[in-house]
Design a protein around this ligand. Sequence first.
Ligand code: FAD
Length: 386
Amino acid sequence: MNRQFDIAVIGAGPAGSMAAFAAAKAGKSVALFERNSKPGTPVRCGEGIGMRSLTAHSDARPEWIRQQISRSIMIAPDGTKVSIDEIDKSVILDRERMDGDLARDAEQAGAQLIANNAVNDIHRNQNGKYVLETVSGEYLTTIVIVADGVESRIARKLGWNTRLAPNDIESCAFTRVTSPLIDQDACIFHVGSQVAPGGYAWIFPRGKGEANVGLGLSGTHSKAGAAKEFLLRFIDRELPGSKTGELHCGGVPVTRYVRPLVREGAMLVGDAARQVNCLSGAGIAYSLFAGKIAGTVAAQALSSEIPQYNVLKEYEKQWKTRYGKQQERSFILKEFVTQHTDDAFLNNIAAKLTKKRKNKIRYITVFLSTFSRHPILMFKAFKLFG
Ligand SMILES: Cc1cc2nc3c(=O)[nH]c(=O)nc-3n(C[C@H](O)[C@H](O)[C@H](O)COP(=O)(O)OP(=O)(O)OC[C@H]3O[C@@H](n4cnc5c(N)ncnc54)[C@H](O)[C@@H]3O)c2cc1C
């Protein structure tokens, strides 16, 4: 078995598989390490994504799509319902299928998928090569792309500070539910201190009577096991008598992306880099994009006469141009929402929005209603959206 590669990618989630695919397609020898036996399992995700982002950043296939979504409904603490027409078409994915296909695409492009093989440690040898210590022994590589998800242990070993303050992580619980009560057209979000303090609960329909149901609590409101307790109570109340699958817990980083994204011969992508929309917790689109750019740039760096680090920095530049500002906006909005909103405030916004004509309610209306009470934040928001 080959143990020496141009590029090693750690983690076969959307970020890692896209990176491996792009680098292998550019003709480099690539290893894709995955600690689980099958990429994409177990699924710990609501699987929601905007169709525009999905098709922009991947070669999306019809089989990846479980359900088309036509609207979102937000439910305030006092039960007021606000229906929001989607600006972009959204879909609920089959992540097991998508992640599996992305890893297979990388293999077909020439990458070697080394599954069931966690990378436990990493260091640089005297020749400047990275040595990956894995369950099945050592591997050498010139460039390493770290895509090991929210825990990001390997990033820390390489010197990145990926520690998260309690208010920069959402503690999530998630399960699959089958029930005739699920509205199969709409994503439903519940907010309020009784449902999900500092976060929200969600029901994302995935067809055939099924839905992904989960909630996230702000780290500052969460103690061990709290997300699971809130979720079980939520399901009992909203979907009584439903059949629930296995319950998973996990974290979603809701902070600024890690700076720098690139070090000498190493790149950080996806959840490991905290490339997530801080308001919604969505990270699939960002991961697909970051992985594709990182893999492409890593391959270019190995073929270039320009010093390698200068070429690798191009990844950070492209990330910042495409999503830097959007993530910053979401961070500021998230800070506002977690610090300044209480149940009465959320009820008030919902009451105002229900008075608007249905087709006039867009996400921007929700934000502007929120900010109009806070002129300084309004000013900041205008600067960001402008
Ligand atoms: C409950 C929940 C719901 C979510 N819902 C949504 C949603 O609806 N929409 C959305 O856009 N986003 C959602 N997200 C976020 C989304 O799942 C992530 O942003 C996305 O999966 C990040 O992709 P990634 O490739 O960076 O990391 P991951 O998908 O986490 O992949 C990392 C991979 O690395 C592997 N790995 C880790 N350590 C090692 C190691 N040492 N060696 C080898 N392999 C390793 C892991 O096994 C895993 O396969 C949700 C997250 C959670 C927790």
